[in-house]
Unconditional design. Structure first.
Length: 359
């Protein structure tokens, strides 16, 4: 049993269930739009993420899905503090700074100082979407994978080379290829190198930002199976960002559906795919191909009308009201729906949630 300490004062302690590794509360990220040359004045803001909340338990995979531009990758980068959140909390159960075995402390990543962030970097890593852009073409594989060890001052040169060879073997690559450059590998092999780099510091939490979207379909399954094997072997916890609903169903335990910067629905994988309740989720699920010609021929595809509104000037009330076939006015255009638990562990942000079979 672990002992948890809080980083806040005793008058307002941070509370998290013992099985929870990450908890995001009302996360907001706005990108300012400015004008002027010398005295730049903010005239508007891109509302990329607007007050979303979710949690991830230790050892599980939580997926975030949605259309391009809905704020998935921005959310992931704010969680790791690669982008500065505008507001909100990102609570993380980190290993205790005193090094005592089995002891943890809860840190708000959004407000952590540089020393805390540097320590947290060893526990949190990311695998980027594009394996062709995320690896430095001027560095050898050994230098790329060993860079986290160098940054954190772990081991000497011989220890690092040994660790690099071990990691290459773990991700299914030849450990003798340490002196090769990224251009000598295929896309799938490059993504494996990125995974090896992320594993170098033995992290507990990893963000997978669309890790297979840039790969051939034949290679996607290999990389996804690798991530699943690594999770089982090292007890990793994943935040999985994707737009492919079939991939998400294969790898995730729970799924959150985002639309225009807000969370529309959160549920476990089977519940979301078999009993979706948000109209936007209904439309997404109706687009997932089914490998049965008879069912596929008889199912009804839900086509959303209109374009996605601009995140600079999103609709008032429910952000989906301009495309929703079930919207009722003026309520849907004036009142923001709260993310409510309508069934056990099934959260929906809709004034009129409805179970709908999309098959």
């Amino acid at each position: 049993m672990t002992q948890d300490t809080q980083t806040q004062d005793t008058d307002n302690p941070i509370q998290m269930p013992p099985e929870r590794l990450l908890q995001v509360e009302n996360l907001v990220k706005h990108f300012p739009i400015t004008q002027g040359i010398f005295f730049r004045k903010q005239i508007a803001a891109v509302q990329a993420v607007s007050g979303i909340s979710f949690h991830i338990d230790r050892g599980e995979t939580f997926g975030i899905v949605g259309e391009s531009g809905c704020g998935k990758s921005t959310t992931a980068r704010c969680v790791l503090r690669l982008l500065e959140p505008t507001s909100g909390k990102v609570l993380y159960r980190a290993e205790s700074s005193d090094g005592s075995s089995g002891s943890h402390e809860i840190i708000d990543i959004a407000s952590a100082n540089k020393a805390e962030l540097r320590r947290l970097r060893r526990e949190m890593q990311i695998v980027f979407q594009d394996p062709y852009a995320s690896l430095n073409p001027r560095m050898t594989v050994a230098s790329i994978i060993a860079e986290p060890l160098v940054v954190h001052g772990i081991g000497d040169t011989a220890d690092r080379i040994e660790r690099v060879k071990e990691l290459l073997k773990v991700v299914g690559l030849n450990p003798e290829h340490t002196n090769r450059y990224p251009h000598e590998f295929s896309g799938g092999q490059r993504q494996r190198i990125g995974v090896a780099r992320a594993l170098a510091l033995n992290p507990a939490f990893m963000v997978l930002d669309e890790p297979v979207s840039a790969l051939d379909v034949s290679i996607q399954a290999q990389v996804l199976n690798l991530m699943g094997d690594l999770q089982d072997e090292f007890g990793l916890t994943y935040l999985f960002i994707a737009h492919d609903l079939s991939v998400v169903r294969h790898v995730c335990d729970r799924v959150g559906v985002m639309y225009l910067g807000r969370m529309a629905e959160v549920a476990d994988r089977d519940t979301l795919y078999e009993r979706p309740m948000h109209p936007y989720t209904h439309a997404l699920m109706s687009a997932v191909p089914i490998p049965d010609p008879t069912i596929e021929r008889n199912r009804r595809r839900i086509i959303l009308e209109g374009d996605i509104p601009s995140p600079i000037n999103p609709p008032t009330g429910c952000r989906f009201n301009t495309r929703c076939p079930r919207a009722e006015f003026p309520r849907c255009s004036e009142e923001i729906p709260a993310l409510k638990e309508v069934e056990p562990d099934h959260w929906v942000a809709c004034h009129f949630p409805e179970v709908k079979q999309v098959v």
